[in-house]
Design a protein around this ligand. Structure first.
Ligand code: EPZ
Length: 418
């Protein structure tokens, strides 16, 4: 089991070029299936989840190669419509291939997706929306078989909750459907806008992405294109938390400050000085951190659930008592017990965590239980006194490109032990 060994207490200082967004790269790779010819995705992060998406493309017969942050696909020979259970289980995002495969072949066979354990993660909204687009779904022994006897037909779909994955699946299935599709109560996350921008570059007709109502007029074909994956706003939030936890000063480049507003305002409330302009942000945390009254995770533009754990890690040593309410996932506090091992004072009741700031954390042996929780333990260990080991690094590798190299480039004492 790989571990990160961290000698805490070093102030981080310097500049980090933030990676491309995992949560955008994955649906974009699924979207590549719909294009004729070659598609080139630049700034595609080198992550285990991205490699898993490439394996799914390969299984479907789509060529996919990866070199120095650029994924190149060629879907001309993608005749496959079945995804094996083993690949489906590798990550939650495997489910967005459903919309793309249906868009391409009008049929698809796959299993329920895997992914980080954050509580129940049903796909009922995905399936119900696809039914409204004319898909017949048959489930047996954990396999889901989908066919479109009359082809995919545009529809007006109202989501009961602005699910990111369901919005992406509808978009992928609808871009080449017959007629117009309207998604009401669509997710507004920047990754949705990025997927729409990519599909439009390929020839799709999509309006309103980033708003609650998205309109898609089906087109006959999509062609390959070159596209830059958007910056990873959660990786940016994680490095801001690292600066906060170590009393450091970091400049983050190649990001979109607009996408980070809910997060930057929390760091400002904690007493950090944050300066942002265009694609750069500078955070300085020289003064002791202050507690924040309450943070509620919400769909975008609210505070992102994916930043809850890393911000909590920084709050463990803030002066006073902070409260965090997790509204998106049922079980997203698995990092709490591990933070407590490091000396944090956190009480959880149902979906609320109360964090009473302590003077300092102490190094300990802890282990990641999910991606963002693992990042949070790393952040806590960077600010703690003494040495920590963070186990189950595989979770962290799903979402952060060589986190130890990035952090050591700005002064952290961190190494990977195999
Ligand atoms: C995406 O997951 C992200 N993953 C998650 O990031 C992120 O936490 C989440 O959106 C919320 O922002 C990717 O983009 C790959 P949802 P997704 O559908 O699409 C319920 C990370 O750390 N729901 O918006 O799976 C669901 O259970 C990850 O990078 C249903 O009930 O999220 C959850 O409570 C983890 N039925 C809520 O909606 C459905 O059919 C939000 O889920 C679908 C969702």
């Amino acid at each position: 089991m790989q571990k990160l060994i961290i000698n805490g207490g070093k102030r981080l200082c310097g500049e980090i070029r933030v990676q491309g967004a995992k949560n955008s790269a994955l649906p974009l790779l699924a979207g590549c299936l719909l294009t004729d010819g070659r598609t080139v995705l630049k700034r595609c992060p080198e992550l285990t989840d991205v490699f898993a998406a490439c394996r799914i493309l390969n299984e479907l017969g789509c060529k996919c190669s990866f070199r120095q942050g650029t994924a190149t696909t060629d879907a001309d020979s993608a005749a496959g419509f079945r995804i094996t259970e083993e690949l489906m289980r590798e990550m939650r995002s495997s489910i967005v291939f459903l919309g793309a495969v249906l868009g391409r072949h009008g049929r698809c066979e796959l299993s329920y997706p895997g992914g980080c354990e954050l509580g129940p993660r049903p796909i009922d909204m995905h399936l119900s929306a696809l039914r409204q687009l004319g898909v017949k779904i048959h489930e047996e022994h954990g396999r889901i078989s989908c066919t479109c006897p009359r082809g995919l037909k545009g529809a007006s779909i109202s989501l009961p909750f602005p699910s990111v994955g369901a919005t992406e699946n509808i978009m992928l299935a609808a871009v080449c459907a017959d007629g117009d599709t309207v998604i009401h109560n669509a997710a507004r996350e920047p990754e949705i806008t990025d997927l729409a921008n990519f599909l439009v570059r390929c020839g799709a007709d999509i309006k309103g992405a980033g708003c609650s109502t998205v309109r898609i007029s089906g087109v006959k074909k999509l062609r390959g294109c070159e596209y830059d994956v958007m910056p990873d706003r959660i990786a940016a939030a994680t490095y801001m938390a690292a600066a906060a936890s170590t009393g450091g000063e970091l400049g983050l480049t190649d990001i979109s400050c607009d996408d980070l507003q809910a997060v930057t305002s929390v760091f400002e409330e904690m007493g950090a000085a944050v300066y942002s302009a265009g694609s750069r942000i500078f955070i300085s945390c020289k003064a002791p951190l202050k507690a924040v009254r309450i943070i509620r995770t919400m769909p975008y533009p609210g505070f992102p659930t994916d930043a809850q754990a890393v911000v909590m890690a920084a709050l463990t040593t803030a002066r006073g008592s902070s409260m965090m309410v997790e509204n998106i996932f049922e079980s997203r506090f698995r990092h709490v017990d591990e933070l407590v091992r490091m000396g944090a004072d956190i009480k959880v009741s149902d979906r609320t965590a109360v964090i009473q700031g302590v003077k300092k954390l102490c190094g300990a042996n802890v282990r990641a239980h999910d991606l963002r929780g693992g990042a949070a333990l790393t952040i806590a260990a960077l600010g703690a006194e003494g040495t920590s080991s963070v186990g189950c690094v595989g979770y962290i590798d799903r979402g952060y490109e060589l986190i130890e190299n990035v952090l050591s480039s700005v002064g952290a004492d961190i190494r990977r032990e195999f």
